[in-house]
Design a protein around this ligand. Structure first.
Ligand code: 13P
Length: 267
C-alpha cells in the first residue's frame, strides 16, 4: 500500500485568527478552483494555538478535507502546568498531527529527548500522529556526519516505542542550514536522508514499519523546487514554513506534490 503524500504548512508564529480565517478562505477557493483531489496528497495546516479553532471552523464550514496540526504539545496530560496545552485538548479541537522537536523549539526552549519522547507518547495516546523533526546544522554537514546525526535523533526519541506506535510516526528531515534560507537541500540530499531514516526504522523495528512511516523534507521548499525534491522515492511530502504563508504558493506546491504522487502511484 503506497504511503499518502503530505503537504504540511507550518505557520510558525505568524497570523492572528483573523488572518488565519482569511488565509483559509482563500486556500479553499484556490483548491476548489483547481479541482484539487485530496486523495492524491493530503494537506495539513499547523497554525499557532490561538488560530487552531478558527482554522477548524473554516475547514468544517467549507467541507474541506484539510487536516490540522499543532506546532507543539505538552508532555503533561493536564493540571497545574501554566502555559501548556495538552494532546487531548488538541485532539478535541480536531487536530490530527503535532510537530515535535522542531529545530526552532530545540534552540529557543529547553526541549530534550526525554521531553520529546513524552510528547510523542502523549500525541499517540490522544489518537493523533507526531511529526518528529530532525536534521543537522551546518557544522555536522561540514563534518560529513549528517546522516548519522539525523538517524540518531530519530533513534533517541523512538527507541522505546512499540512497532504499532512507531508505524504511526512521521519524521520531517529539516536540515537547520536550509530553513528560511531560500536555498533548500538538493533533491539527492533529501532522498539520502529520507532513505537513511527509513533504513533505521527497518533495522530498529521491521520492514512493515519502515514502509508505513512517512518522511517529509523541510527547508526552503517552494513551488519552484517542489517537483525536484519529490523525485526521491523516500520523500513523502513536505513541511513548509515561509511558503505556507502565501495561499497561492502553498496551493501550487500542493498541486505539484499531488501530481508527483499520482505519477509515483502509476509507476
Ligand atoms: O522550518 C520549516 C518548516 O517546519 C521550514 O521553513 P522554511 O520553509 O521557511 O525554510
Amino acid at each position: 500500500m503506497a504511503r499518502t503524500a503530505l503537504v504540511a504548512g507550518n505557520w510558525k508564529m505568524n497570523f492572528d485568527h483573523f488572518q488565519a480565517t482569511y488565509f483559509m478562505q482563500k486556500l479553499a477557493w484556490l483548491l476548489r478552483d483547481a479541482h484539487y483531489d485530496f486523495d492524491d496528497a493530503e494537506i495539513a495546516i499547523m497554525p499557532p494555538f490561538t488560530s487552531i479553532r478558527s482554522v477548524q471552523v473554516l475547514v468544517e464550514s467549507e467541507n474541506m478535507k484539510i487536516k490540522i496540526g499543532a506546532q507543539n504539545v505538552s508532555e503533561m496530560s493536564g493540571g497545574a502546568f501554566t502555559g501548556d496545552v495538552s494532546a487531548e485538548m488538541l485532539e478535541k479541537l480536531g487536530c490530527s498531527y503535532t510537530i515535535i522537536g522542531h529545530s526552532e523549539r530545540r534552540k529557543y526552549h529547553p526541549e530534550d529527548d526525554v521531553n520529546l519522547v513524552d510528547k510523542v507518547r502523549a500525541t499517540l495516546a490522544a489518537g493523533m500522529q507526531p511529526i518528529l523533526c530532525v536534521g543537522e546544522s551546518f557544522e555536522e554537514r561540514r563534518q560529513g556526519i549528517e546522516l548519522t546525526y539525523a538517524t540518531n535523533q530519530v533513534a533517541d526519541v523512538t527507541r522505546d516505542l512499540s512497532a504499532g506506535q512507531a508505524r504511526r510516526m512521521l519524521v520531517a528531515y529539516e536540515p537547520v542550514w536550509a530553513i528560511g534560507r531560500g536555498a533548500s537541500a538538493t533533491p539527492q540530499d533529501a532522498q539520502d536522508a529520507a532513505a537513511a531514516i527509513r533504513r533505521h526504522f527497518a533495522q530498529a523495528f521491521d520492514e512493515d514499519v519502515a514502509n508505513d512511516v512517512r518522511i517529509l523534507y523541510g527547508g526552503s521548499v517552494k513551488a519552484a523546487n517542489a517537483m525536484d525534491l519529490m523525485a526521491g522515492p523516500d520523500v513523502d511530502g513536505f513541511l513548509i514554513g515561509g511558503a505556507s504563508l502565501d495561499p497561492e504558493e502553498f496551493s501550487k506546491i500542493a498541486r505539484i506534490v499531488a501530481l508527483a504522487a499520482r505519477r509515483r502511484r502509476k509507476q
